[in-house]
Design a protein around this ligand. Structure first.
Ligand code: NAP
Length: 346
């Protein structure tokens, strides 16, 4: 059932819901917020620019029967993510859906206020940190959902633990694909960690959508072809359909740790199911994000990462990491045995 098909049923089940959509000021996030508001929620959006966020809120209020709260923060900065989380926790008694939607693509390498490469910081770390800071509230309110907007390019992504920040060599596509694979690895790991709670975690590909995506720092090819390509892309409302579905569909209440395309669960890339890489990424992210989840590993990620990379290069067993990150849950296995040709074309 899509949100349009089931709008009436959904209206009954969504009354009194409190979703928070990051990047609700533009593109897919704005369309997601509009769609959720039409279904009758107490909606909150984030934007990095007050005027753009308020402009979106005006449009959303016009279709909404419930209130619309606006929060402003530059999510590429970790202190801003923390300030945002504090404000949200103080202002909103409930949050039962967190849509981690913010993301971007930069042709050249940019560094954030924290000294991190911006694609990794904004597309992955911001979602990781914000989720960690809001998770207790989500658990209190549960049933609750964490929905993270990835992309079909997760299938081309590799987590380069040797050069996570693109310091040695930066490619916009590589950085973006890596961040979108990180979204899926994060989602699956979060779902595993939330087992036994009523908080679910799912990721999605929205389709290829006509938005301002990548417009801040476009490459030559993007400049030349985007105007023509835009004619064939999905509208933001079409792009928002899967986020809305994952946020509200009643039949997904128990569904967790899945990747959706076109409102349908699909298999993501083989690499995204690598539990050891997911656990290591979690550790590194917790350390880089100085998150509450980092209490037992602060400052230790460089040694872990460098050892992990050496093992990867040699194709040796990574059982030590598996034991360190998942107790005895993971079996010994070779990471390099993951067959790249089995990556699905979605
Ligand atoms: N468009 C596609 O074809 C496509 C395909 C696959 C996946 N996706 C994913 O979909 C998500 C949304 O992309 P989109 O196409 O809607 O992009 P978009 O039109 O560029 O919108 C991005 C949103 O994020 C906000 N944002 C950007 N940088 C920010 C920052 N530093 N701090 C806080 N907010 C920030 C923007 O705020 P402003 O209003 O201030 O700019 C805007 O609200 C991303 O995760 C993207 O990777 C998009």
């Amino acid at each position: 059932m899509t949100h349009t098909e089931g709008a009436q049923t959904w209206n009954r089940s969504t009354a009194g819901r409190w979703p928070l959509v990051t990047g609700g000021s533009g593109g897919i996030g704005r369309a997601t917020a509009l769609g959720l508001a039409r279904l009758g929620a107490h909606l909150a959006i984030t934007g990095r620019d007050r005027a753009r966020a308020e402009d979106a809120a005006r449009e959303i209020r016009a279709v909404s029967s419930g209130p619309v709260d606006v929060f402003v923060a530059d999510l590429s900065s970790q202190s801003e993510v923390r300030r945002l989380a504090d404000e949200v926790l103080q202002s909103l008694a409930r949050i039962d859906v967190l849509v981690n939607n913010v993301g971007g693509y930069w042709n050249t390498r940019h560094v954030t206020a924290d000294g991190l490469e911006r694609t990794f910081a904004l597309n992955h770390l911001a979602a990781f940190l914000l989720t960690s800071l809001l998770l207790d509230r989500l658990k209190q309110i549960a049933p609750a959902r964490v929905v993270t907007v990835s992309s079909h390019v997760q299938a081309m992504g590799r987590i380069n633990f040797d050069d996570l920040q693109g310091e040695r060599s930066y490619s916009a596509a590589r950085a973006y694909n890596q961040s979108k694979l990180a979204n899926v690895l994060f989602t699956y790991e979060l779902a595993r960690r939330l087992q036994g709670t009523s908080v679910t975690a799912n990721a999605l590909h929205p389709g290829v959508v006509r938005t301002s995506f990548g417009a801040e720092d476009p490459g030559l090819i993007q400049r030349l072809f985007t105007p023509l390509m835009r004619l064939f892309l999905k509208s933001p409302a079409q792009g928002a359909a899967t986020s809305i579905h994952l946020a509200y569909a009643p039949d997904l209440e128990q569904v967790t740790g899945r990747y959706f395309v076109g409102c349908t669960p699909k298999r993501s890339s083989e690499r995204s199911y690598d539990k050891t890489a997911a656990a290591l990424l979690w550790r590194v992210s917790a350390d880089l994000g100085r998150s509450e989840w980092a209490s037992d590993c602060r400052g230790r990620h460089s040694a872990c990462v460098s050892r992990y990379s050496q093992q990867l290069r040699r194709g040796r067993l990574v059982s030590e990491f598996a034991r360190a990150f998942h107790g005895s849950e993971l079996k010994e296995r070779r990471l390099l045995s993951l067959p790249p040709r089995s990556v699905p074309q979605i």
